[in-house]
Design a protein around this ligand. Structure first.
Ligand SMILES: [Zn+2]
Length: 332
């Protein structure tokens, strides 16, 4: 048992229940706050986000972890408003994004110790003047290697986890560098069972997944539904391989989706979407009809697992038991 910081206050880890370990409400890129051409309609956003969270409550979800990094538009007051209206536990993060899309210049010239000090402050004292405390530490790295600029942020996360017992969830790019993240975590004193190597389903190779779980951390298959990165059929095959290998206790599943991305034109560039697709996505986000529901994991992906013989008990274990243990700090 451990106390977990949510945006609406402390919750015992035994009460987290069914958890989506990596999703987002609102994300954006630095600079969007100056965009007068496309203003952000906060009221419409809150209405849409609350509806989406209510939809996953019907699938038994009690806790929603939004590991939005500081520099990806993190707005913890907005998260609290949504959490209160939807009556959902929302866990927010401390930590920065990766070099290509984040890492503010100011923090690039700080030492790992100074960055860790910020992370520990946001966990123990709170974020800015909101009183809201971070419940998880976010790490993000690029590819094909962890860049020199990113290294101190990974080290700082390990130091902050060691000091506070708060777990780490990571972003990896193109399913690489998971083992490199694990090495830094170990070198800087984080407990393996308090680390989850995220987006590992971005790598199609079961040998990569096995290396991560054999190194003793959690593994995130947390981009379910992003078919252009890896097909879900392959994700499902690889989930089965992990279960057959006896790694049920180390597996976490989520979708890394968002309610609202202010800056769809940037994601459109990254994902090679047409201008029409980008415009349609932006319109849909404003209208509350954006088609990436958080419920898809239940309605689309779990049936793929069941078709491969995965039991409901195993799915329940992964969704209801593993996240609580991860936050409790208990070993596997
Ligand atoms: Zn994410």
């Amino acid at each position: 048992m451990a106390i977990v910081n949510t945006v609406t206050g402390p919750v015992d880890s035994s009460e987290l229940g069914r958890t989506l370990i990596h999703e987002h409400l609102y994300i954006t890129f630095e600079g969007s706050q100056y965009d007068i051409i496309m203003p952000f309609d906060k009221e419409a956003f809150v209405r849409d986000a609350v509806n989406r969270l209510k939809a996953i409550k019907e699938h038994g979800v009690i806790t929603f972890v939004d590991p939005c990094p500081i520099d990806l538009g993190r707005d913890v007051s907005l998260m609290r408003e949504v959490a209160e209206k939807a009556e959902m536990n929302i866990v927010c993060a401390t930590g920065f994004y990766w070099e290509k899309y984040g890492l503010p210049l100011y923090w690039r010239y700080k030492s790992a110790e100074q960055i860790a000090e910020l992370y520990i402050h946001e966990i123990e004292k709170g974020i800015e003047n909101t009183g809201i405390k971070a419940g998880v530490i976010k790490v993000a790295t690029g590819e094909p290697i962890i860049s020199d600029a990113e290294v101190p942020f990974v080290q700082a996360a390990a130091m902050a986890s060691k000091a506070t017992g708060v777990p780490i969830v990571t972003h990896t790019e193109l399913g690489c560098c998971g083992p490199d993240q694990q090495k830094i975590f170990a070198d800087f004193g984080a407990d393996k069972h308090r680390c989850m190597i995220g987006h590992s389903c971005g790598n199609p190779d079961p040998a990569y997944h096995k290396e991560i779980v054999d190194n003793g951390t959690y593994i995130g298959f947390d981009r379910i539904g992003y078919e252009t990165m890896q097909p879900d059929e392959l994700r499902a095959d690889n989930v089965v391989k992990l279960l057959d290998g006896g790694y049920k206790n180390q597996l976490m599943m989520a979708q890394d989706r968002f309610c609202h991305l202010r800056g769809m034109h940037i994601l459109g560039k990254i994902m090679e979407m047409s201008k029409e697709e980008v415009d349609a996505a932006e319109r849909a986000m404003r209208d509350g009809t954006f088609g990436m529901p958080f419920t898809d994991i239940f309605t689309e992906f779990f049936p793929k697992l069941r078709a491969r013989g995965v039991s409901d008990a195993d799915i329940k274990h992964i969704m209801d038991v593993n996240p609580g243990r991860f936050f409790s700090g208990a070993p596997f």
